[in-house]
Design a protein around this ligand. Structure first.
Ligand code: HEM
Ligand SMILES: *[C@@H]1O[C@H](CO)[C@@H](O)[C@H](O)[C@H]1NC(C)=O
Length: 346
């Protein structure tokens, strides 16, 4: 696999496909295309590349970074949202911005799924897209905005730098019917969580690392009360359970009320390994979080990540990269949406 990829990048370098490295034009372009296609089919890899927009919109990545940074300084939790967006968009079939589609023309939005509960800040995607449209209309896909905003959000929250490739196209459909097949529920068993991630090429270590995203952001009472009422889950630290009861005083929280607890009380806005220290001391919010400690396959990774923030960052960035490259639509398979909320009309 590694060798195939290496061969492929050699091919690309020779063909001048990568901007700035045009050394030799392919002698036989048809043969070249066929070869590339075969290699792609064989390796299962896509056409994503670093700096896909270097010619079509050279400032694309810079503009996204400026917007993400500006939004973060006004509403810090936007950076949190960009990371959750990547997970919810990419794990469901493809990184294709299907998540961002609004309900329209008989197509129901993925945002209406119960799995999308609590997702926020979608309106600021338009802010980012508008800035891009002003500079280079119809060049940068919403799917790449999802990927690059997550990359930049990770940095702003003290996480690792991730070498995110680009070149994704946007879907023309919503995958509302499949959302629940891919995104686990808050109380699913660890084995079902592991197998869902496995199905897109993320192993146990990677899954443990990705759940470290729950080191930032919040959980609404709706998802917490099953663990504290009518009886307190015995895997929950009793003092912490009391704190949670204070945050969520009613066993039946009003779904419209903004009642929640922060994922991490100590460093709530840092993508760090505090999450693992919290779950080791029985202060995980969701059942899936706490199960990482009780399962013998995941526990060793939890311990290692709790002890070593650099190791966590390394594994997080590796797994997020795999997630971000899940089955993207490239070239003619999709479109570049004018407005991330709607399929293009023409
Ligand atoms: C087993 C897998 C997962 C489950 C069951 C799960 C479930 C949840 C739930 C129930 C919430 C709280 C929603 C609310 O009450 O408002 C949440 C929040 C969040 N999740 Fe996950 N999640 C999973 C994996 C991930 C992954 C892989 C990432 C990113 C890499 C992620 C990123 C986030 C973030 C950033 C938040 C906070 C959102 C905010 O504060 O706006 N989650 N997740
Ligand atoms: C998991 O939570 C859902 C609500 O989100 C609930 O309907 C379901 O019964 C729970 N499943 C288990 C096994 O507790």
């Amino acid at each position: 696999m590694v060798r195939i990829l290496a061969e492929r990048s050699k091919l690309e370098a020779f063909s001048g496909k990568r901007p700035g490295i045009s050394i030799v034009r392919p002698r036989n372009p048809v043969l070249y295309k066929l070869l590339l296609l075969l290699l792609q089919l064989y390796s299962g890899e896509s056409d994503l590349q670093l700096n896909y927009y270097s010619e079509s919109c050279p400032r694309a990545e810079e503009i996204i970074k400026e917007q993400v940074t500006g939004l973060y300084h006004k509403h810090g939790n936007t950076a949190v949202s960009w990371i959750r967006n990547l997970f919810h968009d990419c794990i469901v079939k493809s990184c294709d911005a299907s998540l961002l589609l609004d309900t329209a023309n008989g197509m129901k939005s993925e945002k209406t799924s119960s799995r999308s509960f609590g997702m926020r800040n979608f309106k600021y995607i338009n802010t980012i897209k508008d800035a891009l449209e002003k500079e280079c209309p119809m060049e940068v896909s919403c799917a790449d905005i999802v990927a690059l905003s997550a990359r930049d959000g990770v940095i702003l929250l003290g996480g690792p730098h991730i070498e995110m490739k680009t070149g994704r196209k946007d879907s023309k459909e919503s995958h509302i019917a499949e959302v629940e097949d891919f995104i686990p529920n808050h109380n699913d068993s660890i084995s079902s969580v592991l197998s869902r991630f496995q199905s897109i090429g993320i192993d146990t270590e990677g899954t443990v690392a990705l759940l470290g995203a729950h080191s930032i952001g919040r959980v609404h009472c709706k998802n917490i009360v099953p663990r504290i009422y009518p009886t307190v889950d015995p895997t929950l630290d009793p003092a912490y359970a009391n704190y949670l009861k204070g945050r969520c005083p009613s066993p039946e929280p009003n779904p419209k009320a903004i009642e929640y607890a922060r994922n991490d009380r100590i460093t709530p806005m840092l993508l760090d390994n505090m999450y693992y220290k919290n779950i080791l001391s029985h202060k995980g919010l969701l059942l899936v979080d706490q199960q990482l400690v009780s399962d013998p396959d995941t526990y060793p990774f939890v311990e290692k990540m709790a002890a070593d923030n650099d190791y966590f960052h390394e594994q997080f960035s590796k797994a997020l990269l795999i997630l971000s490259e899940n089955n993207p639509l490239t070239e003619e398979q999709g479109e570049i949406r004018r407005d991330c909320r709607y399929v293009n009309r023409n």
